[in-house]
Design a protein around this ligand. Structure first.
Ligand code: ADP
Length: 383
């Protein structure tokens, strides 16, 4: 058996039905890693440029896949692909692996290198994922779906971790701004005290962000953890304004806020994060010497917080898409950024049972409106 399959990985991938047979035999001996790659662009190219172009690209991809798999895998590992499909599969069934099952790091590195080869040689992006099969009932397409779903979850988690990294930068630059002003030595003792308090509060928030990194990266799983949380919205708005003040001052932007007496049903840190992200953008995209305004109004069990600026605003056709992770709009131009802040705003607002939308501001720029549910005992007062 070993010799019959030993050279297969050097040949083009076998049909998935053949792979399923070999996989069924291999899981009898030990758990087998199943690696999957999907090329979502195949379908689009077939639709846009015709079947012949898609076939040509598929042949090129098979060559890139086989070449890189050949370099990475051992004799006895198998690869599979059905003609016309956008899925490529590898099962690590090499008999020589019996002594030491491949580590998740090894498996990920195979996936990364194979997908890098496909991207380099064919210009195609691959979605990847893997699972360890301890049992196999013959339904290979289902197991491939499970591997790809797991890969999507891993990618999401990775994106959230990098999002936290991004979020840490705002408190850090706020602390630096306050410290630099203090070092200049031209502030009176009362102002200096206030600056130090804000810097300390931001440092504590950074610590909490770091502590909560893991939970934060699993936002969709941790809704329960937030149940029953609430905050004084006016207080959080005041704090968020303090956080962005150094950046606003460096651009001579005035930050105005209307007082609000409302308790929102949302975790205080999450609320502050959401407000800081919106204000940070408003002072980043607003005009030098202009105005940023924060308002809030409560009605029918909800409170709507608005952040207005006088910058370029958001084009109508971008008003849905800019909330996507890593999406940057045409207004971003040469300004630095990562396209993560608004995705986090949306995630936080929706997790709290609210939402976010953007429109045109009476100030001439963008108006972001976040809806949050009011804390139970505030609902009757606001209705
Ligand atoms: P970043 O600012 O890092 O690019 P965000 O997720 O915070 O990422 O914002 C996504 C995009 O939305 C930005 O690239 C920018 O084009 C647009 N945007 C966000 N806030 C504003 C604003 N207040 N005025 C104009 N454009 C904005």
């Amino acid at each position: 058996m070993a010799s019959a399959i030993s050279s297969r990985v050097r040949k083009p991938p076998v049909p998935l039905a053949d792979l399923a047979g070999a996989l069924a035999a291999a899981v009898e001996v030990r758990p087998v890693p199943l690696l999957a790659l999907r090329l979502p662009e195949f379908e689009r190219i077939a639709w846009r440029e015709g079947k012949r172009a898609a076939r040509r690209l598929e042949r090129l991809t098979i060559r890139a896949f086989t070449g890189s798999a050949h370099r990475m895998l051992r004799s006895g590992d198998l690869s599979g692909h059905d003609a016309g499909s956008d899925i490529f599969t590898i099962v690590m069934t090499a008999p020589s692996r019996e002594a030491r099952a491949p580590s998740s790091l090894d498996i990920r590195s195979v996936l990364e290198r194979v997908s890098a080869a496909i991207s380099l040689q064919c210009g195609l992006r691959a979605e990847t994922g893997w699972i360890l099969l301890a049992r196999f009932d013959g339904d290979l397409p289902r197991e491939i779906c499970a591997a790809l779903e797991r890969g999507a979850r891993d990618r999401e988690r990775y994106e959230f971790f990098s999002a936290i990294g991004h979020e840490l930068r705002t408190p850090l630059s706020s602390i630096r701004g306050y410290l630099e002003t203090l070092l200049d030595g031209q502030v009176d003792p009362a102002t200096a005290q206030r600056f130090l308090e804000t810097a300390r509060r931001e440092a504590l928030r950074m610590g909490r962000l770091l502590d909560g990194m893991f939970e934060f990266s699993l936002l969709d799983l941790s809704t329960d953890a937030l149940a029953g949380q609430w905050c004084d919205l006016g207080g959080q708005i005041a704090q968020a304004c303090d956080v962005v003040r150094p950046i606003a001052q460096s651009r001579s932007i005035g930050v105005e806020r209307a007082p609000i007496d409302a308790r929102a049903a949302i975790d205080p840190d999450a609320c502050l994060q959401l407000l800081v992200n919106l204000l940070d953008n408003a002072v980043k995209y607003g005009h030098e010497g202009g105005t940023v305004r924060v308002g809030a109004r409560a009605h029918s069990g909800e409170v709507v917080v608005s952040v207005d600026d006088d910058g370029p605003g958001i084009a109508v056709h971008e008003r849905e898409s800019i909330f996507g992770l890593r999406v940057r709009g045409s207004s971003a131009a040469a300004r630095p950024g990562t396209g993560i802040g608004l995705a986090i705003v949306k995630m936080i607002a929706e997790r709290a049972g609210g939402g976010v939308r953007v429109g045109a501001s009476p100030l001439g720029g963008a108006r972001f409106e976040v809806t949050l549910p009011l804390k139970e005992d505030f609902r009757s007062r606001a209705s």
